[in-house]
Design a protein around this ligand. Structure first.
Ligand code: C5P
Length: 242
């Protein structure tokens, strides 16, 4: 069992599915983001789910509850194991997402992952949208909201892991921005190695370009898994997950 969710950020389904097949035995699942959803569309979620691995549909939904419920239901029907939803949409919207997803999943395990504060947002952005608070306080507040709404977890950078653990210990924490030791940060502002992220409380690790853009993606992922094992960190997220 692995902790890694590989972000299949590709413009076409063929490359995404081919890459997924090469990595299937090393991952906890795959993440399908806005690029695939906006290009080939959610059919790719179905193809990946048929491989028997959990698919995190990173749709970042944010609309009125009725619309979010319907969208989450559709993604559940395609086989999504997780769907991301902006916690800023409020508790009723999060509940609607959960209900829609569960209905679409028809008895398969499925859960909502709440996005609290995007890592691209800084304190001045928060103030500009009328939220005169710190990023940490806002993350804690939205994690509690996600907990109340019955979300399964939160997507959060390594810097917010402790805040989420304290605010909502029940939630699983899914952390992007994972890089090998000494690797390029690309455009990520907040990066961590797999062992740093796990030490600070991450359950599942999202990794994209360090694997998918590597000359040998399989080898690159194997090295990340090995680095986690070598550090003494468990490569396994534990019972019942995902
Ligand atoms: O290529 P890289 O490893 O940076 O990919 C990270 C993935 O996680 C991307 O698909 C990106 O959209 C997503 N993500 C992120 N930061 C967040 C939330 C999601 O990088 N705060």
């Amino acid at each position: 069992m692995s902790r890694f969710l590989v972000a299949l950020d590709f413009p076409d389904a063929e490359t995404a599915v081919r890459t997924a097949r090469r990595l299937a035995d090393l991952v906890a699942g795959f993440k399908v983001g806005l690029e695939l959803l906006s290009g080939p569309g959610p059919g790719v979620v179905g193809i990946l789910a048929e491989m028997g691995l959990p698919v995190f549909c990173d749709a970042k939904l944010h609309d009125i509850p009725n619309t979010v419920e319907a969208a989450a239901r559709q993604l559940g029907r395609y086989g999504a194991r997780w769907v991301s939803v902006h916690a800023l949409g409020g508790v009723r919207m999060l509940e609607a997402a959960r209900e829609g997803l569960e209905e679409g999943a028809a008895g398969r395990p499925a859960g909502v992952l709440a996005v609290t504060v995007l890592t691209s947002i800084d304190p001045s952005d928060l103030a500009a949208v009328g939220l005169g608070t710190s990023v940490g306080k806002q993350v804690g507040r939205l994690a509690r909201l996600a907990d109340r709404a019955g979300c399964e977890g939160v997507v959060c950078p390594v810097s917010e892991l402790a805040t989420v653990s304290q605010a909502a210990p029940r939630l699983i924490k899914v952390t992007p921005g994972i890089r090998p030791s000494g690797g390029s940060a690309d455009d990520q502002r907040l990066v961590a190695t797999p062992s740093e992220a796990v030490e600070r409380g991450a359950d599942l690790l999202v990794v994209g370009r360090p694997v998918t853009r590597a000359p040998d993606p399989r080898r690159a992922l194997e090295e990340l898994v090995e680095s986690l094992v070598a550090s003494g960190g468990s490569a396994d997220p534990g019972e019942g997950q995902p």
